[in-house]
Design a protein around this ligand. Structure first.
Ligand SMILES: C[S@@+](CC[C@H](N)C(=O)[O-])C[C@H]1O[C@@H](n2cnc3c(N)ncnc32)[C@H](O)[C@@H]1O
Length: 255
């Protein structure tokens, strides 16, 4: 039994299962195999399998791509090959995601939605991308990591899975630490400090050393607001009490 067979058998009994369709199965588990995600997978809290897209390629050379209709640079993943791989996966109600720079930006909200479900199937793009017909015919959800272009969908797939799996019950060592993170309340997280008390002449803000929980909470909230206002006007505009904060409270140390 090789490693991939082993991981497939392991996956079928899991609660949250991720299946990755990729030309580079060797890229997995990659960063998903360290720290809390590795421990959680060993504990059976989630499972991972890869499906090699090459296995569904055409002919002796297992061809998966062809030139773009209408001409132009590069190659495009064939619809028939991608569809054969998708159809070979037992999706069992899991959403089918296609990482793509054209997709809707992936978000903490979407990660929470996915974490509440049975898992995800992710088709990793390569070359210029994927034939549009398979995106339409199989209802692929296009999700973007941001306004930049990666060489392939593998790193993006790992990011989607990591952001989602760390939200599963029992995965994070301290579940309370998830509550105050960036985006959870519509704001970016406040600045963090730890030992030493003074480092290169820089002190920890006095409020954090006051021992007064009310004062600390208020300082953190104000710093969160300040950072969000300065760096993410889109989030700030959507934050319910965004306009309540006086400009003077948000102007320092936030760039
Ligand atoms: C070189 S890119 C293709 C870019 C495409 N020609 C375009 O201009 O939108 C190859 C693959 O990388 C992945 N990829 C690249 N950038 C991404 C991003 N920002 N978010 C998610 N996936 C991305 C996608 O799966 C994509 O099919």
């Amino acid at each position: 039994m090789d490693d991939r067979t082993a991981s497939f058998r392991y996956v079928t009994a899991m609660t949250f299962n991720a299946t990755i369709i990729t030309l580079y199965p060797e890229a997995f588990p990659g960063a998903l195999d360290v720290s809390i995600l590795a421990r959680a997978r060993k504990q059976g809290l989630w499972g991972l399998e890869t499906v090699d897209l090459r296995d569904f390629g055409i002919g002796k050379h297992r061809k998966v791509d062809d030139t773009p209709a209408g001409g132009g640079a590069g190659l495009v993943l064939r619809a028939d090959v991608a569809a054969a791989a998708i159809d070979a996966v037992a999706a069992e109600g899991r959403p089918l995601l296609y990482p793509s720079p054209r997709g809707k930006p992936f978000s903490q909200v979407r990660a929470h939605e996915l974490a509440a479900g049975p898992g995800m199937v992710v088709l990793c793009g390569r070359f210029e991308g994927l034939d549009e017909r398979v995106i339409e015919a199989r209802g692929l959800e296009e999700v973007s990591l941001g306004d930049f272009v990666l060489a392939g969908g593998e790193v993006a797939a790992q990011a989607l899975i990591e952001a989602t799996v760390r939200l599963l019950p029992g995965v994070a060592g301290n579940a309370a630490s998830l509550d105050e993170e960036s985006f959870e309340t519509g704001l970016l997280e406040y600045p963090l400090y730890t030992a030493p008390r003074v480092w290169e002449g820089r002190d920890i803000p006095l409020e954090l050393l006051s021992g007064n929980h009310g004062r600390i909470k208020e300082w953190r909230l104000n710093r969160s607001k300040a950072l969000t206002r300065a760096r993410r006007p889109d989030l700030w505009a959507a934050y319910p009490s965004g306009t309540d904060l006086r400009a003077s409270e948000t102007d320092d140390e936030c760039n």
